[in-house]
Design a protein around this ligand. Structure first.
Ligand code: TMP
Ligand code: ASP
Length: 254
């Protein structure tokens, strides 16, 4: 079989050349890392689950008019996406204090925030993705004031929509990270949601028990990572038989 050209390989995904110009294939690996890849593991079936979950969330967001890079899922681990110019920012939205916000500002984990807070991190592994302000972003030209305006407006809509969607299946959206890209259509440029939205990039807590259903299970050695991701998929109504098929060996066909 002809090897496809790899455009970019990250910690959890690979981007391959797409079947036609302006497209890429996004492949979801089972690899997981934390703390600047100092901690690593392979979690069987994680890539399959994130592919499905991200497909579902991006499709729902498309449905309310949030533009995304997502075109369609191709198979268990791959989706077709539009090629975009990634804006080098991790946009984090927080609804409840957790993680680095709690550590940095001494706000107890689990404390609801007075309002949703948007933070920006500059995507630069060598610098450990430092926290930056809008001033840095516009001064250094990572995004223009108009780009940032679009990013904030989309981010607020995404947060509202996803908070409600997860609440409907008994999950609290504590915080999440998203990325945006510039999509060029002739001379016209649009900012679109890119990358992925999955339990790797969100904090998701069970509404009744506050049990963690996201990557913190790996970061904090809580165990049951794949089981938690499966439960998120199951609650969203998107856990197909085939996911169990891939990870648990042959399945009896009735
Ligand atoms: P933080 O509390 O560690 O800053 O993380 C905030 C959110 O961003 C959380 O939902 C996890 C997500 N995140 C990523 O997706 N990638 C990262 O590299 C980091 C540090 C956080
Ligand atoms: N992407 C981070 C890393 O490996 C992990 C995290 O999400 O905490 O550096």
């Amino acid at each position: 079989m002809k090897r496809r050209r790899t455009i970019y390989e990250g910690k959890a995904k690979i981007l391959y050349e797409g079947p036609e110009p302006g497209t890429l294939v996004q492949y979801f690996k089972d690899d997981t890392t934390a703390f600047d890849a100092k901690k690593r593991a392979t979690i069987e079936g994680k890539g399959v689950l994130n592919n499905r979950i991200s497909e579902y969330l991006m499709t729902q967001l498309n449905g309310i008019g949030v533009p995304t890079h997502f075109v369609r899922r191709l198979n268990m681990r791959e989706q077709l996406i539009k090629e975009v110019e990634i804006i080098p920012l991790e946009v984090v939205v927080r609804n409840v204090a957790a993680g680095s916000l709690s550590t940095r500002l001494g706000i107890p984990e689990g404390q609801p925030l007075p309002r949703s807070i948007i933070e920006y991190y500059y995507k630069k592994d060598e610098l450990h993705d430092p926290w930056v302000s809008e001033e840095h972003i516009t001064a250094f030209g990572w995004a223009s004031p108009q780009d940032l305006d679009d990013i904030v407006n989309l981010t607020i809509r995404i947060n509202d929509f996803l908070s409600g969607l997860f609440l409907g299946v008994g999950i609290k959206l504590i915080d999440f990270k998203i990325e945006f890209g510039r999509l060029w259509e002739n001379d016209f440029m649009r900012i679109v949601l890119a990358d992925e939205i999955s339990p790797d990039s969100c904090r998701l807590w069970d509404i009744a028990t506050n049990e963690k259903m996201d990557k913190d299970r790996f970061r904090r050695d809580l165990g049951g990572v794949a089981e938690a991701y499966s439960e998120v998929a199951r609650r969203l109504g998107i856990l197909p038989e085939s996911i169990q098929g891939e990870t648990k060996g042959p399945v009896l066909v009735k």
